[in-house]
Ligand binder design. Structure first.
Ligand code: DGL
Length: 277
């Protein structure tokens, strides 16, 4: 694959809202020299309750927007969108999804090959994880659980809250009855609620987040020469955060997830964008 982008161009990362920031945070730690542009489609959130056609349409609009930015690669930091856009490249730009690395990490972690999957309804209905895991290990069994209340709880920032604990109990209990030893957090919003999820699951269950495994995949792609690595000083690294709605609330939650006190401190810029304009 011929490189069509310059190493200093940012890596685009997108999600329906704040969830993908959990992935961005991991990527920023793993790749301190890389520039990033994050796109949260808060105006049209949630994606997980929408039809495959709508999810695909929204995702392709964002991919088109990021392409013009221009970015050198795109990370679909949304399991719902990843389940509906499976192309590995778009016009020579590598397109990373979260299903592939999440499935690999789950197979590696599970000893009894009984894997729990928490996700949006759209992700579960697409069978994306079930199909990927079956191709990686036909003996593995996947037990899915849709968690429609988790995204609004995470978007509201109800991280340490009895309502979140109750929802976690409701969603995780059925998986424990199936004796899973690994649970995939199959929605990038769920790591925000990780503490509540782990409390119900117990310490012996491994929770899989896609960020770590995704970083490894990006490294492999760079090593293969299909993605140019930025080697400029990390001092100059820029991170742009864009959202289609939710100005102040979105910004505060973004700071909390990225673990920074204010944007300018780490060359992080925020602005709202209008996709229709
Ligand atoms: N964060 C997204 C995911 O990983 C979905 C949230 C939504 O329903 O919009 O699936």
């Amino acid at each position: 694959m011929k490189l069509s982008a310059h190493s200093q161009q940012p890596i685009g990362v997108f999600d329906s809202g704040v969830g993908g920031l959990t992935v961005l945070k991991t990527l920023m730690e793993h790749w301190p020299h890389e520039n990033f542009v994050y796109f949260g489609d808060t105006a049209r959130l949630p994606y997980g309750t929408k039809s495959p056609e709508t999810i695909y349409k929204y995702s392709m609009q964002i991919i088109g927007y990021l392409r013009q930015h221009p970015v050198k690669a795109i990370v679909i930091a949304c399991n719902t969108a990843s389940s509906h856009c499976i192309e590995p490249f778009i016009e020579n730009i590598p397109l990373f999804n979260v299903i592939e690395p999440g499935s690999r990490a789950a197979i590696k972690s599970s000893l009894n090959k009984r894997i729990g999957l928490l996700g949006t309804r759209a992700t579960l209905l697409s069978q994306s994880y079930q199909k990927k895991i079956k191709t990686l290990d036909p003996s593995a069994k996947v037990f899915g659980q849709a968690c429609p209340l988790f995204v609004p709880l995470a978007e509201e920032g109800l991280i340490d809250d009895p309502m979140t604990d109750l929802a976690a109990y409701r969603y995780i209990q059925p998986l424990l009855q199936e004796k899973v030893d690994t649970i995939i957090l199959g929605c990038t919003h769920y790591p925000i609620l990780k503490k509540a999820i782990q409390k119900v699951a117990g310490p012996s269950i491994t929770l899989i987040e896609s960020g770590e495994a995704l970083s490894l995949w990006i490294k492999e792609t760079m090593d293969q020469g299909a993605l140019a690595q930025n080697t400029s000083s990390s001092e100059n690294r820029k991170v742009e955060i864009l959202s289609t709605d939710g100005g102040e609330h979105f910004q505060n939650l973004a700071l909390q997830i990225l673990d920074v006190t204010d944007f300018s401190s780490k060359n992080i810029l925020y602005r709202m964008v209008d996709l229709s304009g």
